[in-house]
Design a protein around this ligand. Structure first.
Ligand code: GP9
Ligand code: MN
Length: 428
């Protein structure tokens, strides 16, 4: 009930970290592209196979001086996978311990999501995805999140071999999306969800421009091929951005939504990484995904802060010059210098710059060695971290399960009415 909201607000206030003032508003009024890189993990960045870079376009972007790149950024998804990533990115709330909140609460809950916020700051908002609109209940959730437009499968070309796995191939998808983007009133916020680099990493011969890896694990070896394809699709999209001049007045945000290679493939991953073993500690670190923000004139560089998907919205809002002081958000600006660098995973495990928790095991993040938990001071620190993570997860769950934002009057924000939105191809 409404008193639950008070406990949440108390926690949020006590843990609030102001955005880095050096970055406040540097992207004010710019178009925003959020590019969802399906299943792309950080280890692909600068990875070479047979002497070739797998993702040359992303690598170039990663090292550019006007790109803010992060090398300790983790996905934090649970069972909802893509849906959890979208939820965290656009609400700074955690996915639920089971199922996907977009499915169970997406249609009915009150949200204070990025599209609605930006819409109320003069933005046109649009989501693009080359699959059926009902997947992950997007067609309903995007309304409660305040998306003006949702371009799904029926908006794009179709034909023989246009689809693979989870929908339209990325190159066709991004090319087709471009013609809609050109018609959006500016400034706009456009989210583009790629799909081709999705398990089981299938790709037609004509699009294969790098050989499969040779671990012998069939579900792993295609990964470099679809990752390369995604990278090429992105390269073509960036060329279009340049050709239209949109690159000059837009901010590009790119993120990998979650792991592509699960912990069921440890021997194969060890081979890919050139290691003898691949331990539970290694697997925790293997959950890093790319996160980059690129914009003309941006003071970039590779930032080593530990953070994750929960932290994206506070980071973007600060860049856009929109205060999140009173927002119910569980993340913090990744550029803030005094932020808490505890990255919570959905199962209660965590990574910090010092410690990594995997189940009942604790490791030194720097060395990967087991931590001496008989040391009273260390023990107390770990207990405190475990408690902090459990608290933030359970409070976030209370927000969603109790639909608490319906009780919350956020100053300067008008609650979204789903019935104000209708998408041409949609269930309701
Ligand atoms: C489906 C696509 C994949 O529309 O977004 O979802 P995932 O399986 O990664 O959760
Ligand atoms: Mn996904």
């Amino acid at each position: 009930d409404a008193s639950d909201l008070q406990s949440v607000l108390k926690y949020i206030n006590a843990n609030y970290v102001p955005g880095n003032p050096q970055y406040t508003g540097v992207a004010k009024g710019k178009n925003v592209f959020v590019i969802h890189l399906e299943s792309l993990q950080q280890f692909m960045i600068d990875y070479k196979w047979q002497g070739q870079e797998v993702t040359p376009n992303l690598n170039k972007l990663y090292h550019e001086t006007n790109t803010l790149s992060f090398d300790n950024f983790f996905h934090q998804v649970g069972q909802g996978k893509t849906a959890d990533a979208e939820l965290m990115l656009e609400n700074s709330l955690f996915g639920l311990p089971e199922g996907a909140a977009m499915v169970t609460a997406g249609s009915t809950n009150t949200w204070q999501a990025a599209p609605a916020m930006l819409d109320q700051h003069g933005y046109t908002t649009a989501a693009f995805h080359g699959d059926v609109p009902s997947f992950w209940n997007r067609d309903n959730t995007y309304k409660t999140w305040g998306y003006d437009y949702y371009f799904s499968k029926a908006y794009f070309q179709s034909g023989k071999n246009f689809d693979v796995g989870y929908g339209l191939k990325d190159k066709i998808f991004l090319k087709d999306s471009a013609k809609y983007i050109e018609q959006l009133p500016q400034p706009f916020y456009a989210k583009l969800i790629t799909v081709t680099n999705h398990y089981p990493y299938l790709l037609d011969k004509a699009n294969q421009t790098i050989e499969k890896t040779d671990t012998g694990d069939k579900t792993v070896d295609g990964y470099v091929q679809t990752a390369r394809y995604l990278d090429e699709a992105l390269g073509e999209f960036m060329n279009w951005l340049k050709a239209t001049g949109l690159d000059k007045n837009s901010m590009l945000v790119l993120y990998g939504d979650h792991y592509g290679i699960s912990s069921n493939h440890k021997p194969a991953v060890a081979k890919l990484l050139g290691q003898k073993k691949f331990t539970d500690f290694d697997n925790a670190q293997f959950q890093k995904v790319p996160f980059m923000i690129h914009m003309d004139g941006l003071k970039g560089g590779i930032n080593h802060t530990y953070g994750g998907e929960i932290d994206v919205l506070p980071t973007l809002l600060n860049l856009l010059g929109i205060s999140n002081k009173n927002d119910v958000q569980f993340g913090t600006d990744l550029l803030a210098t005094d932020r808490n660098q505890t990255v919570a995973f959905r199962n209660g495990d965590y990574v910090t710059p010092e410690y990594t928790k995997v189940g009942s095991a604790y490791y030194d993040t720097k060395t990967g060695k087991a931590v001496d938990t008989s040391d009273e001071k260390v023990k107390a620190t770990l207990a405190q971290l475990t408690n902090h993570v459990a608290t933030e997860l359970s409070l976030s769950d209370r927000v969603i399960n109790g639909d608490l934002l319906r009780f919350y009057d956020l100053k300067g924000f008008t609650k979204v009415k789903a019935s104000d939105y209708s998408y041409k191809y949609s269930k309701a």
